[in-house]
Design a protein around this ligand. Structure first.
Ligand SMILES: *Cc1c(COP(=O)(O)O)cnc(C)c1O
Length: 228
């Protein structure tokens, strides 16, 4: 595989999808999902122009952080409370807020270092037991419990929809997310600034963009198939 060609190809796909839905491609943030990839490879991707990298394990961020300079890290995977302290100063955004206990811990650790941490609420849109995230109908109650956390900024929502070869089904989940996203904008709390809809991976990011995603998380499309 050729990293440079892959990146160009993904960027073209993003541009085409944005144009198709009459949106500005510049408004769509590409997160290069670098889980299992070496620091060297990430540095190559950075030097080819990628700026934002996503990891789903705290340990992987820590092991690459010192070596890979001048990039922005996003935590996109399930986050255990006892590991928040290791990444609180290292990541630009946490996409996987899925419990009040986690919010409390992120808030506490962010306060300690004088930071406001942008977070996305993870929604389990396909209601799968195997996935983290909260259910749609829990959202309102969840939100009410977040309003006192002054050191987190609720910035939007994220989802990993069920795997599906069916475009219509994928689109349906993305449409549901879009509605939740638009409704969330009505909450005018001080620690709410709803801007980001994080959805779409290698297999489906065009559909996600057409349905309103402004953050896509692409791993395989950039780095090739993961070995493990
Ligand atoms: C691995 C992963 C991705 C990227 O998946 P690809 O299919 O390789 O593009 C996106 N989001 C999350 C949360 C992931 O864990």
């Amino acid at each position: 595989m050729n990293l440079s060609e892959n990146i160009e190809h993904v960027k073209e796909r993003i541009e085409r999808a944005a144009e198709k839905s009459k949106r500005n491609p510049k408004e769509i943030m590409l997160i290069a999902v670098s889980k299992t990839q070496s620091a060297e490879k990430i540095i190559k991707a950075r030097d080819l122009g990628l700026e934002v990298f996503g990891e789903n394990k705290v340990q992987e961020i820590l092991s690459k952080y010192d070596e890979v300079k001048n990039v922005r890290w996003h935590m996109i995977g399930h986050l255990q409370r006892n590991k928040v302290k290791y990444i609180i100063d290292k990541v630009e955004m946490i996409h996987s807020l899925d419990s009040i206990e986690l919010a409390q811990e992120i808030n506490k650790r962010a306060e300690k270092i004088g930071k406001i941490m942008p977070v996305l609420i993870q929604i389990n849109i396909g209601r799968e037991d195997s996935k983290s995230g909260i259910y749609e109908e829990e959202l309102e109650e969840f939100i009410e419990k977040l309003i006192d956390f002054k050191n987190i900024l609720i910035s939007g929502i994220m989802t990993i929809p069920p795997k599906s070869d069916n475009e219509l089904e994928a689109r349906m989940y993305f449409k549901k997310m879009r509605i939740i996203f638009e409704n969330l904008k009505d909450y005018k709390y001080d620690n709410f600034d709803i801007k980001y809809l994080s959805m779409g991976m290698t297999a489906d990011f065009e559909i996600a963009i057409e349905e309103g995603a402004n953050i896509v998380r692409v791993g395989t499309g950039i780095f090739g198939e993961r070995k493990y």
